[in-house]
Design a protein around this ligand. Structure first.
Ligand code: SF4
Length: 435
């Protein structure tokens, strides 16, 4: 594929070699450049011969640079070609349960192995062709993040409504044999892929250690917008505890046998079942933090460490804080600890019920501006409102429902303070200290 160069970085190897915007990149050392992975891989060498054309005239350009130094070309699309979308219709798909009328980008279902490598997105394997599988092995694209859900082929076909969902499980073995590391995810649906099916999945995935580096289990999120979708029941305290028991049993066995837990239950299992969140050691190196696994423990520990090290606040400071219903008791305990140490601080926590999505959605990251305005009007105790940064999209100025920070400030007559996801930085923001 011929790829048009949109711009060239100043001071880059590409610029030094005379490449410029408008040129068409045809190949690197004879290898066609079809997408960002080809570009990254085939331009990593310290000496390259590029075939380029300008105005239809073919030229060969030699580039000298450090190994792995970026060449420095930019293209119209980040991935160079189209982003791959998913070919599944999972029974628990959160995108299918979004209310209508949200911005278009939120409805895009990506399932792209390039984004797995570049940004850690999860892929299902169901839309990979043999060439792409081979390329992952040849280029040693590792680790890749895989949404497995179950290792029972028939059940996977049923859960994902994709007839390739069962047969593509063989790629797990192929990647393991090729030395590709994998982080796996199981989205659990009550009564569907938990219980015995979960045991089977964990047994199979653990057998692929050390290629399988981590297995996260998260409960399916259900909203009120499930009309026409498969009937799923949310986990309650008892069923969450049963599932957590299985995850812990396998995790303990891995610690004993392998010296690493490998099986990491998402924070929701502990919160739903009313069990204490484990200590930091439980999460090894927080390998599944992106999946909400260990997020609370890390936030808590970094917050408390910063609190212990913090100097006493001298000037009075009052702040209101919002969060989702799930994390509210935990944030409340941290706010109390902060107020106990800093007598000049008053911090009030407001759990925001997610009426926008309804269902069992209790996480802070899905709270909308509409719900905050409706539930905080007339109830705030200060003129400063702390908003967790995970609630904000784009340039940290907009909620999921497109309500902006400026609108929220106007409606509630407050100044907003963004509370970072890092616990230490969150405490400094609450105390009004500079970073
Ligand atoms: S893979 Fe399944 S859950 Fe993910 S976007 Fe596609 S349908 Fe939704």
């Amino acid at each position: 594929m011929a790829v048009k160069i949109a711009s060239v970085e100043n001071g880059s190897a590409a610029q030094a070699a005379g490449l410029e915007a408008g040129m068409v990149l045809l190949s690197a050392d004879g290898n066609a450049i079809n997408d960002m992975l080809d570009y990254e891989f085939y331009t990593s060498a310290p000496r390259l011969e590029l075939a380029v054309s300008m105005g239809g005239k073919l030229e060969y350009v030699t580039v000298e640079k450090e190994e792995y130094q970026p060449l420095g070309c930019n293209f119209e699309r980040y991935l160079i070609d189209e982003q791959h979308s998913c070919k599944n219709h999972c029974m628990f798909c959160f995108i299918d349960q979004l209310p209508p009328g949200l911005r278009k980008s939120l409805y895009f279902k990506d399932d792209d192995e390039r984004l797995s490598f570049l940004f850690g997105n999860y892929i299902t394997l169901t839309n990979l062709n043999e060439h792409e599988v081979q390329r992952i092995k040849d280029m040693r694209i590792s680790p890749i993040n895989i949404s497995v859900h179950t290792t029972d082929p028939d059940l996977r076909v049923r859960m994902m409504a994709n007839k390739r969902a069962g047969e593509t499980l063989r790629y797990l073995d192929e990647f393991a044999a090729a030395g590709i590391e994998m982080n796996c995810q199981l989205v659990l649906c009550r009564g569907i892929n938990d219980g015995e099916k979960l045991r089977e999945s964990l047994t199979k995935l653990i057998s692929l250690y050390p290629a399988v580096q981590s297995i996260a289990a998260v409960p399916a999120g259900l909203t009120d917008y499930r009309k026409g979708l498969y009937k799923l029941e949310a986990y309650d305290a008892a069923t969450a505890a049963e599932t957590l028991d299985i995850l812990e049993e396998f995790g303990r066995a891995c610690v004993e046998k392998l010296g690493v837990r490998l099986v990491y239950p998402a924070d929701e299992w502990f919160l739903l079942s009313g069990r204490p969140i484990p200590g930091g050691d439980y999460y090894d190196e927080y390998r599944q933090l992106e999946n909400g696994v260990g997020m609370w423990r890390l936030f808590h520990d970094t917050f408390i460490a910063e609190l212990e090290a913090s100097r006493r606040l001298l000037l009075p400071r009052q702040i209101d804080l919002v969060t989702g219903t799930m994390a509210a008791p935990l944030l409340q305990s941290l706010a109390e600890a902060a107020c106990k140490k800093h007598r000049a601080l008053k911090a009030a926590v407001h759990p925001i019920k997610n009426n926008f999505f309804g269902g069992n959605v209790g996480v802070a990251g899905l709270v909308t501006g509409t719900d905050i305005i409706a539930q905080c009007r007339g109830r705030l105790q200060s003129k400063l409102l702390g908003i967790p940064e995970v609630m904000l999209r784009t340039e940290q100025d907009m909620f999921l429902d497109d309500v902006t920070i400026a609108q929220l400030e106007k409606e509630l007559k407050v100044k907003v303070k963004i509370i970072p996801a890092d616990g230490a930085a969150a405490l400094r923001a609450i105390l009004g200290l500079k970073d």
